[in-house]
Design a protein around this ligand. Structure first.
Ligand code: AMP
Ligand code: MG
Length: 426
């Protein structure tokens, strides 16, 4: 496990007072070590979990050549360009799960249903709707088919002995089905990651407390809960911690003992007169950053240790939008790494900006965007209006974040911009 100082020394251009968003992610990749413990779970329980080892296919899927259509199976070598083909219909039908076994003359065909095993020697299926059948004779019109059409090969989906899924893959609904298609009732996954989170600040009220002057209700507790839950981690909800050394110390110690990662919000900005930063410093190995980004900027990162058990710390700023944006930009990829996931960054969408956007080069901006399809069919994005880092409504109205990259300058109306869509991410 490397110290903050060691990681900092390895990173070129590391300046805690002016870190680019890219550098932050590089730093976190050094700070976070993936979990190693694994467990075996049933297929239903595996949704959203991360595979701890490759799943090697014990069988071939499909296990035999079969028909992709309802139709008639025949010997495709009989097809000739520009000519109709007449075949004799054999007795019986090849059903899925009930093989047809019989002997055939070369010009005979067999009625076959989708998924049925191809009768021996036959390699092509003509769909029912293509043919004319009269008594026991069937005619295929010229040039509607080629040899091998509508036959699915054994092992076409998965071949026995080949890896069907790779370690590090997060199991999606399709992956669950794939595992089941191999006949496997269980899979080996990494243990679930535990993340403790709490809000700090004397002005922060828990739900149920009466509103008083200068105070605001704690919204970060709920957005962080939602973001973490969507990632499939186990959450340890610690509520609001008062800005008192004893309360903060107890909270950090408990979180470090119980969790793999700790997320706090509030109390990390430059001018903060509170005890949060002091306690982080006292109990852990922590760096305090100013990140060249908007919203966001202040963030504390490191490790808190209690009884030789340590947890990664993400000390996020307090502003509700800044919490969500720093989570998406930095915490989410870091937690994916912690979970053992090999997921790559979300694919950014390109959309035309519906308006001019002011942007200074030298920092990354994440504006709340609404992407929709314009009359001409192209993707357009407009902002939600007021981009204040406290305007949580902007996150609710948006369906993605417009990412204005570090080196990027002003955007003219109509220019293409990158958007990180929420769907599939949170
Ligand atoms: P701070 O980062 O502590 O300076 O907080 C920045 C702003 O975010 C202040 O206006 C706080 O009142 C607000 N804030 C901090 N924590 C929360 C929270 N848990 N829920 C809602 N607003 C918060
Ligand atoms: Mg504060």
């Amino acid at each position: 496990m490397k110290t903050i100082e060691q990681i900092a020394a390895e990173l070129q251009g590391y300046d805690p007072q002016a870190l680019s968003a890219e550098r932050v992610n590089q730093f976190l990749a050094h700070l976070v070590d993936p979990v190693t413990a694994t467990e075996t779970v049933g297929v239903f329980e595996a949704l959203g979990r991360v595979l701890a080892q490759d799943v090697v296919s014990p069988i071939s899927v499909p296990p035999h050549d079969n028909s992709a259509m309802d139709g008639f199976a025949f010997n495709g070598a009989l097809l000739q360009a520009g000519q109709a083909l007449t075949l004799q219909l054999a007795e019986g039908t090849a059903f899925a799960g009930k093989a047809w076994s019989g002997a055939l003359a070369s010009n005979q065909c067999v009625k076959i249903m989708t998924g049925a095993i191809m009768p021996a020697g036959l390699d092509t299926v003509v769909p029912l709707e293509f043919v004319k059948v009269e008594a026991d004779q069937l005619t295929i019109p010229p040039d509607v088919l080629r040899l091998g059409d509508n036959r699915r090969f054994m092992g076409e989906d998965l071949m026995a002995g080949q890896p069907a899924l790779r370690q590090g893959q997060t199991l999606c609904p399709a992956a669950l089905g794939l595992i089941a298609s191999l006949g496997l009732p269980k899979v080996n996954v990494f243990r679930r990651v535990k993340v403790a989170y709490f809000s700090t600040g004397d002005e922060i009220l828990s739900l149920g407390e009466p509103l008083r002057e200068g105070a605001v209700y704690d919204s970060n507790r709920y957005t962080v809960f939602g973001l973490l839950t969507r990632m499939g981690v186990e959450v340890i909800d610690m509520g609001v911690i008062k800005d008192e050394p004893a309360a903060l110390e107890a909270a950090f110690r408990q979180a470090a003992l119980e969790a793999d990662a700790i997320i706090t919000s509030g109390g990390v900005s430059m001018g903060e007169a509170d005890h949060t930063k002091a306690m982080m410093k006292q109990l852990g190995d922590v760096a305090f950053w100013r990140i060249a980004m908007r919203p966001g900027r202040p963030m504390a990162v490191g490790r808190i240790t209690e009884n030789s058990k340590s947890a990664v710390l993400f000390g996020l700023p307090g502003n509700p939008v800044a919490v969500m944006v720093t989570f998406l930009a930095f915490v989410r990829p870091a937690l994916q790494r912690l979970m053992g996931s090999s997921a790559s960054e979300p694919v950014l969408l390109k959309a035309h900006s519906g308006e001019a956007l002011r942007k200074k080069p030298g920092r990354t901006e994440y504006q709340r965007g609404i992407v929709c399809r314009a009359a001409d069919g192209s993707l357009q994005v407009r902002t939600t209006g007021n981009q204040g880092s406290g305007v949580l409504r902007s996150m609710v109205e948006a369906n993605g974040l417009i990412v204005l990259h570090h080196g990027q300058g002003n955007v003219a109306a109509g220019d293409e911009v990158d958007v990180m869509m929420f769907d599939g991410v949170i």
